[in-house]
Ligand binder design. Sequence first.
Ligand code: BGC
Length: 364
Amino acid sequence: MVALTLGTAAVLTLSACGGSSSDDPSTDGGSDAKVGKVGVILPDTASSTRWEQQDRPELTAAFQAAGVESDIQNAQGDKNKFQSIADGMINEGVSVLLITDLDAGSGTAVIKKATAAGIPVIDYDRLTLGGGAKYYVSFDNVAVGTAIGEGLVKCLKDDGVTSGGVIELDGSPTDNNATLFKEGYDKAIKDAGYTVAAEQAVADWDNTVAATNFTQLDTKTKGEYVGVAAANDGLGGAVISRLKANGTAGKIPVTGQDASIEGLQRLLQGTQCVSVFKAVKKEAAAAAELAIALAKGDTAAADAVATGTVQDTELNTPVKSVLLTPEPIFQDNVQDVIDGGGTTADKICTTEELKKLCTEHNVG
Ligand code: BGC
């Protein structure tokens, strides 16, 4: 880790001037760095497989590689649990806190408490609007939405469908990312000359609720739609189950996001048209690098990592950010996800049918 080596001098000087974080000798991160334990709170296990299948292992690996102890907990979609995990970590005196909020209210309360205790907070993946975290690590989330929308347009055009209405199944209204994703795909869809036939935001990204929501949209539109922009693979999966029952799976293109194993399998099977790969390995590595710089009180090193900016539209302030670039994934570039460290072929090519499809599409 280059940053760790470069930061060594800064630790030695800054920890002597009472940096908020490096005064716990019990958690010495390694021979050359005194970085206390980093606390991470992930949001849930049900809205996307990414949090436990990708973020937890990648964050663990990134902190381990830097010789820093981490405590990664999951709030299981429960705002009270989110608060109590945070309270525990703050009381324990973690050096930095990384949070993926469940909504702006729960995130803001935690950021305020941690800040008051002198613990820097990084918004991880989701920006807590009005929260006041100093740093944010994520992807360019409007670009994620654009990849969803342009992917859908490509699939429609490939099928010779040049006009018609699209259903939008959006993410949670309490997740700022969902707003940004929608901004991206809504524009791409409309710019390409399609209309929005119906739309619904799915509370808490709940996949079961998504199935109910989509059934209602399907009924409401009387099946008169040419494609479905679903904001992640979990929601896309709920849509595709319904299309299977309707006999239109594979005929009506459906989108997703996260390059989840299930999503990639559906791409190969032809029931999902596009997913979006966000290399969590890079997101976790950037978050770890930033966290370590902040734990050392080395703002210059942190700023050198977080060179982007997003606007907190509640506070009307810019937030220093790391904003990574997403990649659309179709049937023929599933291998990119494997090459990018997102998953492995053996997890995707699990059945005889999938093994054959993997061979056909050069996966593995
Ligand atoms: C993340 C997505 C995820 C969704 C549901 C969003 O904030 O950016 O990757 O699918 O939350 O967990």
